[in-house]
Design a protein around this ligand. Structure first.
Ligand code: MN
Length: 202
């Protein structure tokens, strides 16, 4: 059994004008496909073959660069497509809204923390909203394809929202203007999906 590139839950152009179709096509069809193929090659005939991606990352030997980079890349992008939607934007409701208020003070305070984490991550990486057992939320950023499921990485807990700040995620449309991309991302966040992940992992 090997990992498969998940299909996008919407068309390549569905997130325009916030994220352009060409970027989505290359990002999903080339970058994510590459991580998926390289992950499969890296775990072939090892004890990791047949394990869930969550189990592989949670128990990862961080010196295993092939699985760290490609397993992270596989997982991170699989989450990324799901937490965006052409019907996204706005703000969360119900229990997730309450948890955000309790953890950060307000939705606006969360938005600032998350945006700053994304804007100030030096070079390639991700910014995350994570939930710890008990429902406490945290924001952090990680380099490359690392994520907080991995031992000793970031804020720990389970990522329920993430933004890819590698240049391949925004450069065609935004060039060096990462802050504009981060602002636009808030127009496509699928808060229903984030709330589902919050409920499942809190
Ligand atoms: Mn990417």
């Amino acid at each position: 059994m090997s990992f498969e590139l998940p299909s996008l839950p919407y068309a390549y152009d569905a997130l325009e004008p916030h994220i352009d179709a060409r970027t989505m096509e290359i990002h999903h069809g080339k970058h994510h496909a590459g991580y998926t193929n390289n992950l499969n090659a890296a775990i072939e005939k090892t004890p990791m073959e047949g394990q869930s991606i969550g189990a592989i990352l949670s128990n990862l030997d961080m010196n295993n660069k092939a699985v760290r980079n490609n397993g992270g890349g596989y997982y991170n992008h699989s989450l990324f497509w799901e937490v965006m939607s052409p019907n996204g934007g706005g703000a969360p409701s119900a229990a997730l809204a309450t948890a955000i208020n309790e953890s950060f003070g307000s939705f606006d305070a969360f938005k600032e923390r998350f945006s700053n984490a994304a804007k100030t991550q030096f070079g390639s990486g991700w910014a995350w909203l994570c939930v710890h057992k008990g429902g406490k939320l945290d924001v952090c950023a990680t380099p490359n394809q690392d994520n907080p499921l991995m031992p000793g990485v970031g804020c720990g807990g389970t990522p329920i929202l993430g933004i890819d700040v590698w240049e391949h995620a925004y450069y065609l449309n935004y060039q060096n203007r990462r802050p504009d991309y981060v602002t636009a991302f808030f127009n496509v966040i699928n808060w229903n999906e984030v709330a589902k992940r919050f409920e499942a992992n809190k």
